[in-house]
Design a binder for this molecule. Structure first.
Ligand code: FEO
Length: 397
């Protein structure tokens, strides 16, 4: 599992015990924290892993080094899932020189208390490991200010940090020639198909706000010949690299596929009945859709499908003369992710005065969404004559 090439070794770990990434996002298939050794006359370690996995990680590193020492520890990204073992690595290999950029330095000090033996690199600078060259490209806000990527020139390999990463621990091989999504029972034709939805969910949940800077990074890297991407999460991409890059490009351009994402929450089942009625109408018309109930499901999956489909239909009852809080929080998250180019409509029940649909329309308008309907606001219990989902389905099919 660990050998990617003669000179590149995988030393990362699978996390199957954390239930919520960043304390928020469910991990039904776990997640991997990938780290790599590039071994030539000198040895470079690319990123580390999460501190809870110290023993397993340090053993992986020791085993691959087979008595050698680490000369450089490259820090592509300082988020603690990749950097919280830096101090421990330094303790085990005291001569190691840390390689980061100007924005990394204060974060290393703040998170790890390390201030010395740091080699600061600028965009396009390289270090030599002997016959191997590592070149550093600054890719700020993918998805933190200090994020950079490391290119191994001779092997056309990009160590990309979180970019091209995904949720899901990696089972079997680490490369996409045979990597499998840990614990998944769904049949998948290949590794990209197996991880695609967990990549979309990771992107939408974690990186989603930064489409513009991801696009800048893709543009910057487009001049490099890349045949392998080693991300910090998920499989190493070789065979399916063109599909992965194309997918990432579309995600970061907020390009939705044809289909509908229905997201709702409901107190007493009336807004839920309207949501289900819309789903039934879309079924009749053969329109692809996903439906998410925010009262029973983590919002992570709704965000994934907001990024998947070109149409967003949101249902909320009126609550305290406002949007029902779970739906408000969801819409706030859509807006915070700067989602663009979506068709939109709202629906929802009220008891004595309707406010949610009007307020949802206002939020959608601020996002620049194309409102396909004024919305369907109905009093008290749901019935088809009060809330005509057939007409809405006709408009969005
Ligand atoms: Fe996987 Fe932004 O850390």
């Amino acid at each position: 599992m660990s050998k990617i090439s003669e000179k590149i070794r995988y030393v990362g770990v699978n996390d199957l015990k954390t239930t919520a990434f960043e304390g928020m996002w469910p991990l039904p298939f776990g997640v991997s924290y990938n780290s790599y050794l590039v071994m030539d006359e000198k040895v470079a370690l690319i990123d580390t892993a999460e501190v809870d996995f110290a023993a397993e990680y340090m053993e992986n590193v020791r085993k691959e080094l087979d008595g050698r020492k680490i000369d450089y520890m490259v820090v592509n990204h300082m988020e603690p899932d990749h950097s919280s073992l830096m101090a421990l690595v330094r303790e085990a290999y005291p001569d190691v020189r840390i390689v980061g950029n100007a924005k990394t330095v204060p974060m290393i000090r703040g998170y790890q208390g390390v201030t010395d033996n740091i080699h600061v690199v600028k965009d396009g600078e390289s270090i030599s490991l002997g016959g191997s060259t590592l070149t550093f490209y600054m890719t700020p806000m993918v998805h933190w200010p200090e994020t950079m990527m490391t290119y191994f020139n001779e092997e056309k390999t990009l160590f990309s940090g979180d970019a091209f990463g995904c949720f899901g621990a990696v089972d079997g091989e680490v490369t996409d020639a045979g990597a499998m999504l840990f614990g998944s029972t769904a049949a998948a034709e290949n590794t990209f198909a197996a991880f695609r939805e967990e990549m979309r969910r990771y992107y939408s949940n974690i990186v989603g706000k930064y489409g513009q800077t991801v696009q800048s990074a893709l543009k910057k890297l487009s001049g490099l010949e890349i045949s392998r991407v080693c991300s910090t999460h998920g499989p190493v991409w070789e065979k399916h690299l063109p599909e992965v890059v194309g997918f990432y490009d579309r995600l970061s351009r907020y390009e939705g596929e044809k289909g509908v994402c229905i997201v709702y929450a409901s107190m007493y089942g009336n807004t839920a009945s309207a949501a289900k009625a819309l789903a039934a109408e879309l079924d009749k018309r053969g329109v692809e859709y996903a439906i998410h109930n925010l009262c029973t499901e983590n919002v992570s999956y709704a965000y994934r499908d907001v990024f998947k489909y070109d149409t967003l239909i949101v249902g909320s009852p009126t609550y305290n003369n406002d949007i029902f809080p779970p739906v408000y929080n969801f819409m706030y998250g859509v807006s915070a992710r700067l989602v663009k180019n979506r068709r939109f409509a709202a629906f929802g029940s009220f008891t004595w005065a309707g406010a949610s649909v009007k307020l949802l329309n206002e939020m959608a308008a601020k996002c620049g969404f194309d409102l396909v309907s004024d919305g369907l606001s109905f009093p008290q219990a749901y019935s088809p004559d009060k809330c005509d989902m057939s007409a809405l389905a006709d408009r969005i099919q």
